[in-house]
Ligand binder design. Structure first.
Ligand code: ATP
Ligand code: MG
Length: 340
């Protein structure tokens, strides 16, 4: 393992042989494969994201490594740590997140309101950190598959810097890069209009609005629509349906929905900064923590979480983490336990 300048915490160049022989494939996408690997020296699991050789020929890998090199210096609780590269495998090596992506979790488990609010708040903290850099570090690829979950279901933003706007780049090429990743739902309307400005922080704020909707509804935006349909609808100001947020909702949901709507405002100048959003999501998330898993809905129904023995809780009053989450198959029986 080479450590170019010898300083601790710096970007390392790992050899394939630095890892134990068994590499477990976690995911395979169009551009990359993600493996769980174990570093012999640290005895620690890492994630190795290996990029497709064809793309690497196109200078793609070099550009990603240049970005990753800068990003590796950043450390914050709600963003993914990058350890280095493994050039033999055209790969970036990073922290391993045992609970995978938010995208997968939203599809497989029903989240309770306090956990939804906490995840929204933690994601906004990660984004606020990136945008607080000078100049702001734009993500441009924020989506639920790039929000990863640790052992206690706390979130970290990943894969920032994978897509970037290059000086002199045409809008068409930029759009192609985004749509090739299936990101169309997260792209703000000004990107596909004639406006030639490079993307700014408001691009990520829009994507965050869509992420909020996905967390609140546990649905996929624009499901079943073609890219053209999404482009047309979004440019006309249409957004995913707020009515899809499931009932019963806590009263704190309305202010959360207003933040979401501001984030995806058609006029990018009206979208808030993360420094503003994060204060609001903090307040709402705190209220939900105090309200806890026992709440009265508007019809006077008591909603209580069943005990889930064996699952760790991760905050002082024992309401966070996995206690706020049920697998989708358990949720049917949970609903029947709602009592007057
Ligand atoms: P993009 O390349 O645009 O980021 P993507 O996020 O869909 O697209 P990958 O980044 O390759 O694709 O990630 C695919 C999946 O691999 C994620 O959804 C997640 O389940 C898993 N994954 C990625 N990084 C890690 C990690 N550091 N730890 C654990 N699992 C990871
Ligand atoms: Mg990713």
């Amino acid at each position: 393992m080479d450590c170019p300048d010898g300083s601790p915490g710096h970007f390392r160049n790992f050899k394939k042989d630095d890892f134990e022989a068994d590499w477990i494939k976690v995911a395979e996408c169009r551009f990359s494969q993600v493996y769980q690997v174990k570093l012999k020296l640290w005895r620690e699991k890492c994630a190795l994201k290996s990029f497709d050789g064809a793309l690497c020929a196109n200078n793609f890998y070099r550009r990603i490594i240049d970005e990753a090199h800068k990003i590796a210096k950043l450390k914050f609780k709600y963003i993914m740590s990058i350890y280095g590269q493994c050039s033999e495998a055209t790969a970036v090596v990073m922290e391993y997140m045992s609970n995978g992506s938010l995208n997968n979790l939203l599809a497989s488990h029903t989240l309770m309101w306090p956990k939804k609010f906490q995840m929204i708040h933690e994601a906004s903290m990660g984004m606020n950190f990136l945008h607080s850099m000078k100049p702001p570090l734009l993500h441009l690829n924020l989506k639920t598959s790039n929000i990863l979950l640790d052992d206690h279901l706390h979130v970290k933003i990943s894969d920032f810097g994978l897509i970037c706007w290059e000086e002199g780049m045409s809008k068409m090429l930029f759009m192609e890069r985004l749509t090739a990743r299936g990101n169309i739902s997260y792209v703000p309307p000004e990107t596909f209009t004639q406006c030639l400005d490079p993307p700014g922080t408001t691009f990520d704020v829009y994507s965050f609005g869509i992420v909020m909707w996905e967390i609140l509804t546990q649905q996929k935006p624009h499901a079943g629509c073609s890219v053209t349909t999404v482009l047309l609808q979004v440019s006309q100001g249409k957004r995913p349906h707020v009515e899809m947020i499931p009932e019963p909702k806590p009263p704190e949901c309305d202010p959360m929905v207003s933040i979401m709507k501001q984030c995806w405002d058609q006029d990018y100048r009206k979208r808030p900064q993360f420094s503003d959003t994060v204060r609001k999501t903090e307040a709402l998330s705190e209220i939900m923590k105090i309200a806890g898993p026992i709440q009265n809905d508007k019809n006077g129904y008591k909603i209580s979480l069943p005990e889930m023995p064996g699952f760790p809780s991760d905050n002082q009053n024992g309401q966070g983490g996995i206690l706020s989450l049920l697998s989708k198959k358990d949720f049917g029986s949970f609903r029947q336990s709602v009592k007057k």
